[in-house]
Each structure stands twice: as C-alpha cells, then as structure tokens.
Design a protein around this ligand. Structure first.
Ligand code: CU
Length: 510
C-alpha cells in the first residue's frame, strides 16, 4: 500500500495541473444532470491496475427484481452515486473536493464547495465486508481532509487534519483505505467546520450482508443542508447563524425532485444532517417507523412510531412505511422558516404594503428583534440577524432597483429619459394573478404575513418540470418551498406513466 501511495503522490502533481479549470467544467455538467460524475473517470484518469467499467454498479440487482435477501440500492435524488472501479476486489472511488456552482432553484445559483461537481457530493455505496479505497484529491484553495462519519476504522484513516493525518494541502492527493464491517447510513465531510457549512457533505451507505426485514421496495437518501445567502449574493455566509435557504439534496422546493412510489410499496427514507439546525422532518399521510439511527439498525422492539422525525445535527435517521394511500404527500422540515425560500420579506410583502424593519446590529438587537415596524418591508431585506454585530448591518437593500411605487417614483425623478410606465409595470408584478384580498387588509395587525398567499403568481411549474412532477395541479410549485418535497404515491397506471416518461427522457439525453 505504501508503494501505491507513493505512486499516487507522484502523479498528484499531474492532476493538480487540472485544478484551475475544473470547477467551472463540473458545475456546467452538474447543471445538466449527473454527467459530472459519469465523466469523472475520463477527466481524472483511472488509477492504474484497476479494472475499468463505467457500467459497474454497486448492487447486481439494480434493474432486475430483487430478492428479499438482497438489499435494494439507495437512490439519492438530484445527486446520484460516486462510481467505482475494482482493484483485486478493492472498491476504488475517486473523490474530488472542489468549488461548484449549484442551482438551488431555477434562477438561484450558489457558489459552494462540494465533491465531483455536486454539493452535497455523490453518494458512496458499498457492502458490509467490502474493502474500499477512496482516492481523494483536494482541488480547494485551502487544506482539508475527509472524515468518515460513524465508521469504525484505524485512526490514521479517520480524516482529522492535525490529529490522525496531515492536512491535505491544495492540489494534493491522499488515499484512504479501510475495510467495512458495519452497515447502515453514514456520511463523509471535511473535519473543517466552515467547509461543512458551504456544501461539503456526502452520503456513505453500507448495505448489510442480508437485507433488513421487512424488505423495502424503495430506499432513498436525503441530505439536509442550509445556507445563509443575502439577496443578490451567491455566497453562503458560513459565519451566520440564521439560515434562509434550506435544501433536500442540494435543491430547495419546488426544485427538489419528488419521490415517486407505486401504491403499496414499502419505502425507506434515510436522512443525514450537516448544518447548524436540527430539522423535524414531517411526512403527511403516514405513520412511519423509525428503524435506524446514526448508522445503527434498531431492533424491531425499539422502533418508534411517528409522523415527524427529528434529524439532529450530525445525525442519520432512517424511517420506513408502507405507502398504501395514493396522493401527493408532503415531506418537509416543519420549522416554519425552513418551509420558505429566501426566508425573508421578499414575496408577500413585496407585493403588498409594509413598513421598514431593523435587523440585529448590536448586542441589544442581537437576535434580530424589531423595535418598530414589522418584520417585512417593501424595500429592505433583513440582514439575517443574530449576528451579534458581526457581519450584520441594520438594513440591507434586497434589490438592485426600488420595489415600491413610492421608491420607484423617487428614483425616477432623477433619471431623465426613463419610461415611467415600464417601472410601474415592474412594481405591479403579476398584478393579474395576485389574489384579491379585502380592501382593508392593511388595517389588520400583522398583515401581510404569508408568502404562500402569492402562490399562484409565484409558481414556476414549467421551470421545475420533470417526469416526477407530471400530473401535479397547475400552480403547485408556488406552494412548495425550502426543505420540502412530495412523496407521490401513485396507482399503478399513473406510476407506470411517470416511469415511461423517465425512460423517454433518459433516451433523449443518452
Ligand atoms: Cu429545518
């Protein structure tokens, strides 16, 4: 192994040469689907002495009927798997830490750090008893290291820079190799706290030798992440403690792909959380069993029933249920601020009336508590409070241009040749579809509150359209935001329709 490591270290200089251009290439591929991962081997070269097969998959039964003894592969919607090659029975994965551009919802692309063109990174799937080698390249501009969260392995493989290993410097390669004797839901992340906050997380599934019982038909992994991003910025503020973008597998609702289930199937959903918040994930319509926690399958007598599972920071939770009732059921974090995009004054109040607001600027205002006005405003966005004065301002413009007619008129006065009518059109955005509310709504304390009242005009059905959204009611996307998606339990004919649409789409892009 030492020889091998020396060899990899020598050729790492070669791969470092690719450093500069990589991020943009991967980001582009990722925006088009999962091509970033499938092309990875081409871009990086395959470690020598390995059998190369792009067709190689984790589980032999992926596309055929599975027996009750064989686990079904895990699906990580919107992310995909990290491919591997075999070297004398060792599963070899190539993991690259790098800057990525991630589309969170159509129109919002963030600069993140992730793996192999994706944040979260692609899922590693292996079997209990496997030996895995993870060839890790650091294409970030600063040191890092990869920690295998929950795995029982030698200290020098634990991935803590400065303790078990030297930091992996920019452009350097480090090779992790260890046997897997556990099974369950694990994850990987750098042991660098701020890097975790800007996207660096990925799932690590170890399938048991014999499938858990009862047998499930569908098995999903969902990574929970959160970012604080000010309007007009693409950079998450990793110092912040208040988050306004909440994601399932790197996508906010309505762009997170729904889970499509054939009515009657037994479903497992595994969730992993790397962020500053614990998320109570709620499933509509079903009472599930909590069957696993922190990569440990629980004995059946210890399973807990419920409809909301608290996925704490650094935790993994597995739930299972029989999807016996057809419908488009919500699956979402139930923290109210985590059910919105931009979690701020943008929508409802942007189209209604509001007054100015102040966010936290000092210890006194530290929690972003308001002294007067309301929490939303026509022209000002919150500075994402709780900043205790660090990185926070009293008011932050939320748009490049004025939003209210009053401000628009003011701005217009000093702008010769500007077509006033055009600006009026802007501030009256979506007026034709804006729901009609009582004339005296403004007299009611607290109005306006809910962004969802603007649902019809907020809809972006077309932009987020994919086979999995087929048949949803028109305007549905205006009512789905934040850490939220749908579990679509469908009668066989509708399920088959979506599957055929997916096959059609795959044929087109192949
Ligand atoms: Cu939450």
């Amino acid at each position: 192994m030492n020889n091998r490591r020396d060899f990899f270290n020598k050729i790492s200089a070669l791969s470092a040469g690719l450093f500069a251009g990589r991020g943009a290439v991967s980001a582009q591929q990722n925006a088009n689907g999962q091509d970033g991962m499938s092309q990875m081997n081409m871009q990086h070269g395959t470690p020598p002495g390995t059998q190369t097969s792009t067709k190689l998959r984790v589980m032999p039964n992926q596309n055929s009927s599975s027996t009750n003894q064989t686990p079904v592969p895990v699906t990580t919607l919107d992310v995909g798997d990290l491919p591997f090659t075999l070297d004398n029975g060792v599963k070899v994965f190539h993991l690259v830490a790098e800057p990525v551009k991630q589309v969170i919802v159509p129109g919002r692309t963030f600069d993140l750090w992730g793996f192999n063109g994706s944040a979260p990174g692609p899922t590693i799937q292996a079997n209990e008893g496997d030996r895995v080698r993870i060839v890790f390249d650091n294409h970030l501009p600063e040191p890092t290291g990869i920690h295998w969260h929950g795995l029982e392995l030698p200290i020098e493989m634990d991935g803590v820079p400065g303790i078990g290993q030297k930091p992996v410097m920019p452009g350097e390669r480090f090779i992790y190799e260890f046997p897997l004797h556990q099974n369950g839901t694990f994850f990987y992340h750098p042991h660098m706290a701020m890097q975790e906050m800007v996207g660096m997380l990925g799932g690590f599934i170890i399938h048991p030798k014999t499938a858990y019982t009862p047998h499930v038909d569908k098995d999903y992994l969902i990574a929970l992440q959160e970012y604080a991003v000010l309007p007009n910025s693409s950079i998450p503020n990793s110092m912040n403690m208040e988050f306004n973008w909440l994601m399932f597998n790197g996508k906010s609702g309505p762009d997170a792909t729904p889970l499509v289930i054939r009515q009657g199937e037994r479903v497992r959903i595994r969730m992993i959380n790397m962020g500053m918040d614990h998320h109570p994930i709620h499933l509509h319509g079903f009472t599930f069993w909590e069957t696993g926690r922190e990569a440990a399958r629980q004995q059946e007598s210890a399973w807990m029933r419920g409809n909301t599972v608290l996925v704490g920071v650094a935790q993994a939770k597995d739930i299972e249920f029989v999807a016996d009732r057809a419908g488009d059921w919500m699956l979402h974090c139930h923290l109210p601020h985590h059910m919105m995009n931009q979690m701020s004054s943008s929508v409802g109040p942007m189209t209604r009336t509001g007054r100015g607001m102040q966010a936290g600027a000092s210890m006194n205002d530290g929690m972003g508590m308001l002294r007067d006005g309301n929490a939303t405003s026509e022209n000002r966005g919150p500075s994402l409070g709780r900043g205790l004065g660090v990185g926070s301002t009293t008011e932050t413009p939320m748009s490049n241009g004025p939003l209210s007619q009053k401000e628009a008129d003011k701005a217009m006065a000093g702008m010769p040749g500007m077509d006033h009518g055009a600006m009026q059109g802007m501030s009256g955005m979506g007026a034709t579809t804006m729901p009609k509310l009582p004339d005296d709504a403004n007299k009611v304390p607290l109005f306006p509150q809910d962004a969802y009242m603007e649902g019809p005009m907020m809809a972006m059905d077309k932009e987020v359209s994919k086979p999995e959204t087929y048949g949803l009611p028109p305007g549905w996307s205006g009512f789905v935001g934040g850490m939220m998606t749908l579990v679509r339990v469908m009668p066989s004919d509708q399920y088959d329709k979506i599957m055929s649409l997916k096959a059609e789409q795959k044929g087109k892009t192949a």
